[in-house]
Design a protein around this ligand. Structure first.
Ligand SMILES: C[S@@+](CC[C@H](N)C(=O)[O-])C[C@H]1O[C@@H](n2cnc3c(N)ncnc32)[C@H](O)[C@@H]1O
Length: 229
């Protein structure tokens, strides 16, 4: 008999429960570009949306930002909490779904690393609309989305919008979707894209400020930046 395929929450809970990853090493990567850009934007409060192991949160807390970390997995959130405790930082944590997130607080920056790829297009739109509500009027979003990964085609089914739902193998229960550059621009349409970088492995890194309260020219000049699209 085939075992039941859990939803994304069950998938992630299990992944974090069974993980043997030495995730603390992830915080040793060079994040100086990110930290410098956040400082340039005079960011003080950062939301790490779908934080996973929390290495982004830790790096940002070490750099002196106030950090809130949210994730659907309680196991992931517990890992972030105890890591922050070990390092002697306060990181405000919450278990919640990015689609349903309701925060009273607003943030100067939101980090969304390897997040939108794990949902279908409709959910990604919902999350982007939430991000827009949660960002301060001159806040900035960091987004990264993966390139296509070649996988055994028997391991997943493809939903109507091109989203893969894994039904077998080590990713069983995972949702993953490749977003084209055009789709990413549609998702970011309410923000201003100032950087859109595609890496050799197909990963896309995007920075988009909200710039709601500024005359564009004035703010771009202030940050020494220009719009990409
Ligand atoms: C690929 S991991 C990325 C984690 C982290 N941002 C990083 O850079 O390592 C995706 C994360 O999204 C979380 N997640 C999945 N679905 C979610 C949802 N609907 N709401 C909030 N978090 C979710 C998972 O628990 C997992 O931690």
């Amino acid at each position: 008999m085939m075992s039941k395929i859990g939803g994304p929450k069950e998938f992630w809970e299990q992944r974090f429960r069974n993980s043997s990853t030495n995730y603390k090493l992830l915080a040793r990567r060079d994040f100086s570009n990110v930290v410098n850009l956040l400082k340039k934007f005079r960011v003080t409060k950062v939301l790490d949306l779908r934080c996973g192991y929390g290495h982004w949160s830790i790096v940002l807390a070490r750099a002196g930002f106030y950090v809130k970390a949210v994730d659907i997995s309680s196991k992931a959130i517990r890992k972030v909490q105890s890591w922050a405790c070990e390092e002697g930082f306060f990181i405000n944590v919450e278990v919640c779904s990015a689609q349903e997130i309701r925060l009273v607080e607003k943030f100067d920056a939101i980090i969304c690393n390897s997040v939108l790829d794990h949902m279908c297009f409709t959910d990604a739109r919902k999350v982007m609309s939430n991000i827009k509500q949660i960002l301060n009027s001159d806040g900035i979003l960091y987004l990264s989305l993966d390139g296509v990964e070649e996988e055994n085609e028997e391991d997943f089914i493809v939903l109507n919008d091109g989203t893969r739902k894994y039904i077998k193998g080590k990713r069983k229960g995972m949702i993953w979707r490749y977003y084209t550059n055009e789709e990413i621009k549609v998702l970011c349409k309410d923000l201003q894209i100032i950087e859109f970088k595609e890496e050799p492995n197909g990963r896309r890194v995007i920075w988009c400020p909200k710039f709601e309260n500024f005359a564009y020219a004035k703010s771009l000049k202030r940050y020494n930046l220009r719009l990409v699209v």
